[in-house]
Design a protein around this ligand. Sequence first.
Ligand code: NAD
Ligand code: IPM
Ligand code: MN
Length: 355
Amino acid sequence: MKKFKIAVIPGDGIGTEVINEGIKVLKKIEELEPSISFEFETFPWGCEYYLKTGKMMDENGMEILKNFDAIYLGAVGFPGVPDHISLWDLLLRIRKGFDQYINIRPVKLLKGAPCPLKDVKREEIDMLFIRENSEGEYAGAGDWLFKGKPNEVVLQTGVFSRKGTERVIRYAYEIARKEGKTLTSISKANALNYSMVFWDEVFQEVGKEYPDVKTYSYLVDAAAMFMVKDPKRFEVVVTSNLFGDILTDLGAAIAGGMGLAAGANLNPEKEFPSMFEPIHGSAPDIAGKEISNPLASIWSVSQMMDFFGYEDWGKKVLDAIEELLVEGKTLTPDLGGTAKTSEIGEAINKILEKK
Ligand code: NAD
Ligand code: IPM
Ligand code: MN
């Protein structure tokens, strides 16, 4: 029997709604798979907690989380707490503190999922984004000088270390090799004349060890255009922290919407726990209405099962999501249905029971 300890951080807004459905699915897996057991512990950290305590997480929160096999997170951020505080003190603190330097974000148009693009075949939208997740534009290095004065100056410095750049690029080459897919690097060396020139050089350099992997390199502006006009160009993609953030929301838009976009924040060495989450935010505009789509959150359960070495369950969960979409009967309003958030986990579990 393998036992996995999962720290649950529902967070804010729809985070709490969608995470419940993912937990239902994890409990169903536990019930159906005799060799797995889960132990859940839920932490009330987030913006409400901040308004009560002045902190986004417990003082020793990172110490506590360290003992878990995985973290399952809903979403963080809500009006009333400045975003740069809520996100830096919780989500980004975990990603950075646990050196979750790989962010895996599939952009795959499942059967039955809506797509706004014309003249594109379903199977042509099947990308795997590998986003640098520990430094780059998100290094948090900078300064704010002469605040409020006429000579006010703000600095936000990108930090691209050799170690940080090489490891994410190498990880992407390994995946492309393993899956027999092409690898595309997305950067911006024409304007960012230090960081992205370096990124491109490292991409070339590491590539020498992978002569079998066919590569492409795009500027980020052109890449955004091609993702819409000719998405089949992209298979495995590696890019920086900020570009990966932006392009995967674009990816969500062409692959069924924010309710179907999942992400895994991995510390591949397993020195620290990895974290699984939908890529969307707390959606204050629909929070509390019970209409949020939890399928992204459930897709991240599939990623968690892959990471635990239960790829069969990872596949079953993803197949169940696809079946639900094809059936089209139990869907939330963003996908054209009338179902409530709380009906989705159960509907997925019914499909899983038949698998
Ligand atoms: P958002 O992703 O929360 O919402 C963007 C739009 O997509 C909204 O119209 C929302 O209703 C819709 N949407 C998102 N997820 C949905 C779902 N599961 N089902 C149906 N519709 C969905 O982005 P935002 O509005 O820019 O940000 C809101 C807050 O969330 C901010 O505080 C932001 O900083 C934070 N945020 C957190 C995370 C995270 O925790 N990982 C990610 C992104 C944004
Ligand atoms: C995401 C989010 C975060 C990011 C924010 C909330 C800091 O947008 O996970 O995509 O930019 O990484
Ligand atoms: Mn984002």
